[in-house]
Design a protein around this ligand. Structure first.
Ligand SMILES: [Zn+2]
Length: 344
């Protein structure tokens, strides 16, 4: 049932800025060049470069990373991010760019296809803009950080194909983790940044998929344990909120697997994905009509040290109780009896 895809067309007309925004990747723009933290490796200063227009040997609408040395077209980049095939990546790019999979049939298509991608959209006008105008676009200027943040955590336009029967997934979260939460392992040969990781789909309060968190599986002590997409705003989301909306009381925990374990016993839980609770997260709970919160951070030093700050944010507007766990225990590993006492 394959639709006709003209890869040249999509590569030429794909909108790199929209693609980066879609994946929550913060970028700065200088002339026809974009710079960003590279999502294909663990990047600490922006080594991803995107050329919107051809220059020298560089083709238009291509990327190159000076850190991991990967490069290619906009479709290649989308395929790296989403881990799917080039066809799927081309569909993603075409849809979010609104350029179609192939040139529209017009009476005189001859010249239109040779035109550089951006000309039609008037990027020439954008190029020499002064700093103040750039700020108005929401890129690069520090004063606009807040508005950038508001634009992140947008619904994803793709889904990763995960393996819920992978031994690691089964051991960590059981079949329940797959059926209820869609947790599974992404093929290590995938080109996604989450390749080989145990991935947890994250949704917003409306139930739209907005990101994947990836847990490192192997023994490598240097690997980052949990990976989130660049630009993802943890503090604007509560993991699992869309599934517990309507519950009068929820248990607030640190991590994804804590939520899964509590859910196995029918205990509604959400995770703040760390040890910080934000005002936005409190507002989300209130909007979901949650009235009471049981705070159950991990029983380790880090979790317990974060309790006072979390309580002070929560108690400002929600009835909050501290759910005590035995020292050293966390909700992801505690006995059923201990967990049930949290909500008793
Ligand atoms: Zn890179």
């Amino acid at each position: 049932m394959g639709k006709l895809i003209k890869f040249d067309h999509v590569n030429a007309h794909g909108d790199f800025e929209k693609l980066l925004s879609q994946y929550g990747i913060d970028y700065s723009k200088k002339g026809a060049q974009l710079r960003a933290l590279c999502p294909l490796h663990e990047d600490t200063n922006p080594s991803l470069s995107v050329a919107l227009e051809a220059e020298g040997d560089t083709l238009a609408n291509t990327f190159h990373c000076f850190g991991c040395h990967q490069s290619g077209s906009i479709i290649d980049f989308a395929a790296h991010l989403d881990g799917g095939t080039l066809r799927e990546a081309a569909e993603i790019v075409a849809e979010l760019s609104g350029c179609g999979l192939a040139p529209a049939k017009t009476p005189k298509p001859a010249k239109a296809s040779k035109r550089p991608a951006k000309d039609a959209k008037g990027s020439k006008r954008e190029k020499p803009r002064p700093q103040t105008d750039k700020a108005a676009e929401g890129h690069s200027a520090p004063s606009e950080r807040a508005s950038e943040a508001k634009q992140s955590n947008q619904p994803l336009k793709f889904e990763l194909k995960l393996d819920g029967a992978h031994p690691y997934a089964l051991e960590r979260v059981g079949q329940w983790g797959w059926f209820q939460f869609g947790i599974g392992v992404l093929d290590a040969a995938s080109r996604s940044m989450m390749a080989g990781r145990c991935c947890v789909p994250i949704h917003n309060a409306e139930g739209d998929l907005i990101a994947y968190a990836g847990r490192h599986i192997g023994e490598d002590p240097d690997a980052q344990k949990w990976l989130l997409p660049p630009g993802f705003q943890k503090q604007q989301t509560l993991f699992n909120l869309h599934r517990v909306a309507g519950a009068e009381q929820v248990v607030l925990v640190e991590g994804f697997f804590d939520v899964v374990r509590l859910a196995q016993f029918g205990i509604p839980a959400v995770a703040c994905m760390g040890t910080a609770v934000s005002d936005t997260q409190v507002a989300l709970l209130k909007a979901a009509n949650v009235r009471r919160v049981v705070l159950a951070f991990d029983g380790d030093d880090e979790g317990q040290a974060a309790v006072p700050a979390a309580l002070s944010v929560l108690t400002r507007s929600l009835f909050t109780r501290l759910g005590a766990l035995p020292v050293g225990e966390d909700p992801g590993s505690a006995d059923e009896m201990v967990l049930r006492q949290l909500i008793a």
